[in-house]
Design a protein around this ligand. Structure first.
Ligand code: GKR
Ligand code: MG
Length: 440
């Protein structure tokens, strides 16, 4: 035993706000800006080992990390999580859901996100110091390959970026059922995904029903289909869509956050069951924290929870969530936001160490480009739609500092300091646009 390894003192914490090109993707929240914002954290030990983490971007996140940085320096990476535990129980009343705010922009879950990013960096630091992968620190892997799903978005033409950094459009415009089948095929061929999620809540529900039906015809019943309008529908419309897609969403599919709030979700569930339709309802909008689970379970409002190590309180809280879901007979899937390789590996490691992960995880990774990746060696490879967990220590990735510098430059040059899909929508699509729930 090398006793030097027993103490892993944190010497410093460095935070990098970066911007990455993002195509004009649509959702019920609005339109993605030409740049998505991320925060990269380096946690360096006194021995010079660097633990990495990635999370939501922009000014507020960076300021939150800066606030705790003096406390973190000098702490042992082994006990950092315990020391920061109060962050996991914020004494804040109010709506901590993602109903009215895009993920990463609700101040009421800021402390959960802060804990999450610091825990991620500490786990990577410990793993890299002792030579073990993060999934081993979480109790060991139950799978080497973590499956992800093709994540389709309605989109306008364009590949993101601005000015002389404007990117080519890898996927083209996607605003019709036919175009969405093409988008799905392109993504499945490139990555090997074997299930599909459609981000909906953008076009008239009949158009979105047609898109799912077209996908069912194109790919057959062996490819599970999910649809997620981020609360854009009333209870009545949700039931109508659930009815229209009863066959297409069977066989491992689900209906995700069709309507706002746990009450609404429970009403949709009751109405569908009364018609003999057992399509499960999934959620990452109405259910974003442990506090939401008692009612979600009691009212049968949610049958599948989408976890996310970036705001559920880190990787170990996601494992706890998996156990709770198993206990109450709920399924578990994984939510994502625009992200790079460090986040992807954190998602993959906790998924590998969570036996009760019952669906392929979401990822926005196909929407990001090699030019923006900050991990050494470039983009993380996919094998048959899955990410392989190797024996590499920590999260298995290190930083490419030139790429990081480019990400920082993009951030410095662009005008974006928080995610505001509504503002983008007004700027580029409809000057009068506001988010209305329900829209249909
Ligand atoms: O990237 O526009 C998007 C998505 O709408 C994202 O913000 C959601 O959080 O992926 C998400 C979801 O499943 O709801
Ligand atoms: Mg969702």
């Amino acid at each position: 035993v090398n006793l030097d390894m027993t103490d892993i003192r944190i010497a410093s914490l460095r935070t990098h706000s970066i911007a990455l090109a993002d195509p004009p993707l649509r959702s019920s929240y609005g339109l993605h800006a030409p740049y998505a914002l991320r925060t990269i954290v380096e946690m360096e030990s006194e021995d010079g080992v660097i633990g990495l983490a990635e999370t939501h971007g922009g000014e507020a996140m960076a300021a939150d990390i800066a606030r705790v940085t003096p406390d973190v320096a000098g702490t042992s990476a082994w006990s950092l999580a315990a020391r920061l535990m109060p962050l996991l129980s914020p004494a804040l009343e109010g709506d901590r859901s993602q109903t009215h705010r895009v993920p990463g922009e609700n101040p009421l879950d800021a402390s959960m996100r802060l804990y999450s990013v610091l825990e991620m960096a500490a786990l990577d630091l410990v793993g890299k110091t002792v030579g073990q992968p993060v999934c081993a620190l979480l109790g060991g892997r139950v799978r080497d390959l973590v499956p992800f799903s093709a994540y389709l978005f309605y989109k306008h033409a364009g590949g993101g970026g601005e000015g002389d950094d404007t990117r080519d459009d890898e996927y083209g415009e996607g605003l019709t059922p036919e175009a969405m089948v093409v988008q799905a095929r392109q993504m499945m061929e490139a990555y090997g995904f074997t299930s599909i999620k459609l981000k909906a809540g953008v076009l008239d529900p009949d158009e979105e029903i047609a898109a799912i039906k077209a996908m069912h015809v194109a790919f057959g019943p062996g490819v599970p289909l999910r649809i997620d309008p981020n609360c854009a529908w009333s209870v009545e419309t949700s039931v109508r869509v659930g009815r229209a897609l009863a066959r297409e969403l069977a066989n491992g599919g689900y209906l995700e956050d069709p309507t706002a709030g746990l009450d609404g979700m429970a009403a949709v569930r009751r109405a569908l069951l009364a018609e003999g339709i057992d399509t499960p309802l999934a959620s990452n909008v109405a259910t974003t924290s442990f506090d939401h689970l008692p009612i979600a379970v009691r009212d049968d409002a949610v049958q599948i929870v989408l976890c996310d190590p970036h705001y559920w309180g880190g990787l170990r809280q996601v494992q706890h969530l998996a156990r709770v879901c198993q206990t109450f007979g709920l399924g578990l899937s994984m939510h994502s936001n625009s992200h790079l390789g460090i986040s992807l590996m954190a998602m993959a490691h906790v998924a590998a160490a969570s036996p009760h992960l019952t669906y392929a995880c979401d990822t926005h990774y196909p929407w990001q480009r090699a030019a923006d990746e900050v991990v050494e060696g470039g983009r993380i490879p996919f094998e048959h739609g899955s990410v392989r967990i190797t024996d590499a220590p920590g999260l298995g990735v290190s930083l490419d500092y030139d790429q990081l510098a480019r990400g920082r430059e993009r951030y410095a040059r662009c005008a974006y300091r928080k995610r505001d899909d509504e503002a983008e929508m007004r700027k580029h699509v409809d000057a009068q646009w506001t988010r209305r729930l329900p829209r249909w």
